[in-house]
Write a protein that binds this ligand. Structure first.
Ligand SMILES: [Mn+2]
Length: 278
């Protein structure tokens, strides 16, 4: 059987990336695929890209990869955001920028009779947020094809990242698998009286899918796992002296707390989730 590791949302965190690559070596992984968001947030974006280009057979484009390699009209953007954009844009060289610009939106393959589709966030947009805070009816569209997907088939397994929290969901005889984030793991549901150990949140996460690649036999065995690996967060932060958003980045890495919870709370409202009941 084939073992495919799937990584996502590395966000310039080299220590976390090295930790997951070392872990998958120990587990005898055959291939590594990447769901994107190599760029943004951390200082070591070029180094992460170099390693990922070397190790990954498939890389698709994340929303941050697209944003920070595109030609932006800065005239309507405020000064603070222009500084942030320029800092991130300066983290990779021209050759890398060209390469990332041409990454595909999605990728598909068969594994033990299942059509597996890789997308960064959603089949229509790489920045649309669907995840573990959604009701069951929000999940089905993740399986549907779009003009941007490779085929027009409904997927049996969708592997998507973007939300930075690992989860899996089985509905309508289909699986959603979210490997979480390698370099910027967070949990948006937080409550001091209910939270488990924060070190469970701040580990680097990735997924392994096991089955027979290219097999159309639905009776072939299929499994997946989500793997959490610790890494040296302080060492990574010690290489982020130039980070334009160091404090926000540090909070995410050390506390697993997203930097802009107001944005999350707005999305809770849109989903009729009362944040005071969490
Ligand atoms: Mn993303």
């Amino acid at each position: 059987m084939d073992k495919i590791a799937i990584i996502s949302d590395i966000h310039g965190n080299l220590e976390a990336l090295k930790a997951v690559l070392a872990d998958m070596d120990k587990r005898g992984v055959d291939k590594v695929y990447c769901l994107g968001d190599i760029l943004a947030k951390g200082s070591n974006q070029q180094e992460c890209f170099d390693l990922i280009k070397d190790k990954c057979e498939v890389i698709i484009m994340g929303n941050c990869d697209e944003f920070f390699t595109s030609d932006l009209d800065l005239s309507k953007i405020n000064e603070e955001n222009i500084r942030r954009i320029n800092w991130n844009k300066g983290k990779i060289n021209d050759e890398t920028r060209e390469y990332i610009k041409h990454l595909p939106f999605s990728y598909e393959f068969y594994l033990s009779g299942r059509l597996v589709r890789l997308i960064h966030a959603h089949p229509e947009r790489n920045d649309k947020f669907v995840g573990n805070i959604d009701f069951i009816t929000n999940y089905y569209p993740l399986f549907l094809p779009s003009e941007k997907t490779v085929s027009d088939k409904v997927a049996d397994v969708v592997v998507c990242g973007h939300i930075h929290t690992p989860y899996s969901q089985k509905i309508y005889n289909r699986f959603i698998i979210n490997p979480g984030s390698v370099g910027d793991s967070i949990d948006v549901f937080r409550n001091d009286s209910k939270d488990g150990n924060v070190l469970f949140t701040t580990c680097a996460n990735y997924a392994i899918l096991t089955g027979n690649i290219d097999s159309l036999n639905v009776l072939d065995p299929f499994s997946f796992e989500i793997v959490s690996v610790s890494y040296d967060i302080d060492k990574e932060l010690s290489t982020n002296g130039d980070n334009i958003e160091f404090e926000a980045y540090k909070t995410e890495l050390k506390d697993g707390q997203y930097r802009d919870m107001e944005k999350i709370y707005k999305s809770f409202e849109a989903r009729n989730i009362n944040k005071d009941e969490i």
